[in-house]
Structures are given as structure tokens and as C-alpha cells.
Design a protein around this ligand. Structure first.
Ligand code: F6R
Length: 241
């Protein structure tokens, strides 16, 4: 694992965007695995800036997102589809049809998950997967469990995740209780993984995930076994290392 220490959120975001820019520059038809949440918003803002300056061209890029809430339509402002349109896709030059997110409106979990695995396979796999780190060590929506769930699956969200994500909703009761998420093997098959972590609130879990035992109780700990992981964490998140 390659740990890059950043000064603060801005610095973390710029460093992450620089690595993504390098990936797309070296391989213009890259498949990027993307995440939602607070952590990557600054990274996406930087990427939009690079695109506007003419330094980055997304016309050959394909994207696959980690996860989507089950039951939210694409027009729902809390859906991850909507988030990605808002924070990245509508502001860069991705080709139409080049972005994939699990279909939260389809109730047939088995079909959604099998289709998503097939989509990723047909794209040739993920070149660079961007990940945030959940407060409980989740990656995508792979919650702490007794075993690692391997493929894309439908998951019951942990109460702590529902509470953490309620900040984006009018009330905690509106947070969906289930999501479709890439599985651990789906994530681990990415050629490169880039994890971004910021804030003192993530200091304990960052330490557990990358310096503690590898266990499904801390899903991100599996990343210790990936051959090409870069973690960019700000000073506050590195506080317990
Ligand atoms: C989002 C995702 C989640 C988040 C994690 C951290 O697509 O897969 O694993 O990366 O919950 O969220 P933030 O960045 O909001 O702290």
C-alpha cells in the first residue's frame, strides 16, 4: 500500500484528481470506478477544473459507480445517479451512455446484480477504482459482516450507515434501508485502487483498515491484499497512524 499524506481536504482532493488525470492521460479509454459521498466531491470539482482548462478529455472514458440505493429513481435528488450527474457527469464531456450505475428502480435484485457484473466484465474491468471509507470500514456498501460478500449484491444498510447518510436527507426515516453494491471481489478485481480519506472522524477506522487484521468486520481491510492500492489521507485522518 502506498500512503500519501495530504495537508487537508483540498490537498487530498487535488492529489487524487492528479492521479485520476494521469490515469486518463495515459489510457484515454480508461474505465473509472467512481464513488459518491462527501469525500470525493472535491476531487470531482478538481477534475471538472482540469476539463475546463483543456487538460483533461473524458470523451473516451467509461465509468462504473460502486453503488446505488434500492428504490430511488434517477430523478430522486438523493439517488447516486442524480449525485453523479450533479457533481461530475453534467460538467464534463463523457460520451452519452458511457456511465453505469446499478439500477435502483429495478426491484429484481438478482437481475440488477447479475447485469451489473456483466456490464463491468463487458467493459473489460475497472482500470482505476476510487473509494471513500465508511465510518465503520465499509467500502461501497459492503458493510461489516461475518463473511466478505463477493459479487454485486443487495445489502441491508447498517444502522450506523443509515445515520451517517441521514445528513443528506430531510430525516433519518427517509434514508433507504437497502442498496445495490459492487461486492468485495468486484472491487478487488480493479487494476488500481485509490482510497481517499479525510477528517479526524476517520482516523481510527483508517488505522484499523490498513494496519489492523484483515477481517470482514472491517471490509476495507481486504484492500491490504490488493497489489496496487494508493491511500491519500489528510493530516487529521492520519492522526492515529
Ligand atoms: C459511496 C460509497 C461509500 C462512501 C463512504 C464514505 O458511493 O460507496 O462507501 O464512500 O460511506 O462516505 P463519505 O465520503 O460521505 O464519508
Amino acid at each position: 500500500m502506498n500512503l500519501i499524506k495530504a495537508k487537508d481536504y483540498e490537498d487530498m482532493s487535488r492529489k487524487a484528481a492528479n492521479l485520476i488525470m494521469a490515469q486518463v492521460t495515459l489510457k484515454p479509454d480508461s474505465v473509472l470506478g467512481l464513488a459518491t459521498g462527501s469525500t470525493p466531491m472535491g476531487t470531482y470539482q478538481q477534475l471538472i477544473g482540469y476539463y475546463r482548462q483543456g487538460d483533461l478529455d473524458f470523451s473516451g472514458v467509461r465509468t462504473v459507480n460502486l453503488d446505488e440505493y434500492r428504490g430511488l429513481s434517477r430523478t430522486d435528488s438523493q439517488s447516486y445517479y442524480y449525485f453523479m450527474q450533479e457533481h461530475l457527469f453534467s460538467q464534463i464531456n463523457l460520451a452519452p451512455g458511457a456511465s453505469f450505475i446499478p439500477d435502483g428502480t429495478n426491484d429484481d435484485a438478482a437481475a440488477v446484480c447479475a447485469d451489473y457484473e456483466e456490464t463491468i466484465r463487458a467493459l473489460g474491468g475497472v482500470d482505476l477504482q476510487l473509494l471513500g471509507l465508511g465510518n465503520n470500514g465499509h467500502i461501497g456498501f459492503n458493510e461489516p459482516a461475518e463473511v466478505f460478500e463477493k459479487e454485486t449484491h443487495c445489502v441491508d444498510l447498517a444502522q450506523s450507515t443509515i445515520e451517517a447518510n441521514s445528513r443528506f436527507f430531510a430525516s433519518v426515516d427517509e434514508v433507504p434501508t437497502q442498496a445495490y453494491t459492487m461486492g468485495i471481489r468486484t472491487i478487488m478485481k480493479a487494476k488500481k485502487i485509490l482510497v481517499i480519506v479525510n477528517g479526524a472522524g476517520k482516523a481510527d477506522i483508517l488505522k484499523q483498515a490498513f494496519y489492523g487484521p484483515i477481517t470482514p468486520k472491517v471490509p476495507a481491510s481486504i484492500l491490504q491484499l490488493h497489489p496496487d492500492v494508493t491511500v491519500i489521507a489528510d493530516e487529521a485522518a492520519c492522526g492515529k497512524l
